[in-house]
Design a protein around this ligand. Structure first.
Ligand SMILES: Cc1cc2nc3c(=O)[nH]c(=O)nc-3n(C[C@H](O)[C@H](O)[C@H](O)COP(=O)(O)OP(=O)(O)OC[C@H]3O[C@@H](n4cnc5c(N)ncnc54)[C@H](O)[C@@H]3O)c2cc1C
Length: 334
């Protein structure tokens, strides 16, 4: 177990923000985590992180940051159609997706190249290209801040768009240790989203590996690589508004893109609204709106968390002034 004080978090957040944790604990097993908790050393405030690809440190963290290095993939059981696999929360998400593809297990491939760890994916309900991780999660194992085991079935996780029960402030005391996935063993693709089919046309046949490569190619052309430019992916959630409100906006902006969720609710791309406000490619101090995708804020170098918050606030205000819609950050402000 790693146990450090005044620990630099710059390598633990993809925004590349310089911040420290008063204490940093990295554990390799459930037993190590429980031992640490049983010692009485876990005092508030505390926060469990993954790779920090959805975090914004707005100041130094005054408490304990926990990080899991629990690894492993264990087949629990399988039928002719399905396979159920238990995966360590500290596994890298995209390595797990690659593993599924290599084993010809269907279901995770559209979530290729999403940064982060398996445990965080289950907290965040990561999603891309028409799939959310909730679609393949069977259950989530946790240890709470008292050292007790607690398993959440998929319905108990209360999943919705980028949300789960674990994101509630009172549920931050649950640390995800393992996630169990149910995948398909027979061919089953989700290709009717965005430009997947167009990209796949470049390949001879839509096999599982080609679908993964197509997704990787689309994403790599669109999203900034955090290794070269600090960012946390989509900074804002796409707002869901009433049909009535949408129709009002549509009168002034007939080209507004939208996605109908049901008879009453419409999802509108926050990136489009930010672009309409003229922010695409613009900077405020050391932070900028990415020039290829207005939903992403990037660290041009040396930005502090406060710099990012300043740009985020300015964008939210502009969008509110123009569309009367309050957009909310997807990124977790710490
Ligand atoms: C370039 C880029 C592209 C992205 N694309 C997408 C995308 O397409 N779709 C999408 O959904 N997201 C996307 N993201 C966001 C991000 O990858 C996901 O939110 C990811 O799940 C975060 O994983 P992480 O390990 O970095 O978690 P962190 O950012 O470290 O943490 C995220 C949240 O999970 C909690 N947490 C982490 N681990 C645990 C644990 N073991 N137990 C309890 N709580 C925990 C943290 O407290 C925090 O609230 C993108 C990010 C980047 C930088």
């Amino acid at each position: 177990m790693k146990d450090e004080v005044d620990y630099s978090l710059i390598g633990h957040n993809t925004f590349g923000i310089a911040a420290t944790a008063a204490r940093y604990i990295e554990y390799d097993s459930v037993a190590e985590l429980k031992e640490f908790i049983a010692s009485g050393a876990l005092t508030e405030p505390y926060l469990h992180i993954g790779q920090g690809s959805n975090l914004l440190f707005t100041r130094n963290y005054p408490g304990t940051i926990l990080h899991s290095r629990i690894k492993g993939k264990e087949v629990m059981y399988e039928t002719d159609d399905d396979i159920v696999v238990r995966v360590g929360g500290g596994e890298i998400w995209d390595e797990w997706v690659a593993y599924c593809v290599n084993h010809q297990w269907y279901g995770a491939e559209n979530l290729s190249l999403i940064p982060g760890e398996v445990g965080a994916g289950a907290v965040q309900n990561i999603g891309a290209y028409g799939i959310e991780v909730k679609d393949i999660i069977q259950c989530v194992e946790t240890v709470d801040a008292k050292g007790e085991d607690c398993i959440f079935t998929n319905p108990q996780c209360q999943y919705s768009y980028r949300q789960s029960i674990f994101k509630r402030p009172d549920m931050k005391r649950y640390f995800v240790t393992y996630v169990t996935f149910r995948l398909k063993k027979k061919e089953c693709y989700h290709l009717d989203y965005g430009s997947i089919r167009a990209e796949l046309a470049k390949y001879t046949s839509p096999n599982l590996d080609n679908v993964r490569q197509a997704i990787i190619s689309i994403r790599s052309n669109k999203l900034p690589d955090p290794q070269t430019i600090g960012n946390a992916g989509s900074f804002f959630m796409n707002p869901i508004i009433s049909r009535k409100k949408f129709e009002q906006i549509q009168k002034s902006y007939p080209d507004i893109p939208f996605y109908e969720l049901d008879a009453f609710n419409i999802k509108v791309p926050a990136g489009w609204m930010i672009e309409q406000c003229g922010w695409k490619g613009k900077s405020l101090g050391p932070v900028a709106v990415y020039d290829k995708q207005a939903l992403i804020l990037v660290n041009r170098g040396g930005a502090s968390g406060k710099d990012v918050v300043a740009l985020s606030d300015a964008i939210r205000q502009s969008v509110f002034n123009k569309f009367n819609i309050d957009i909310h950050p997807e990124v977790n402000f710490i």
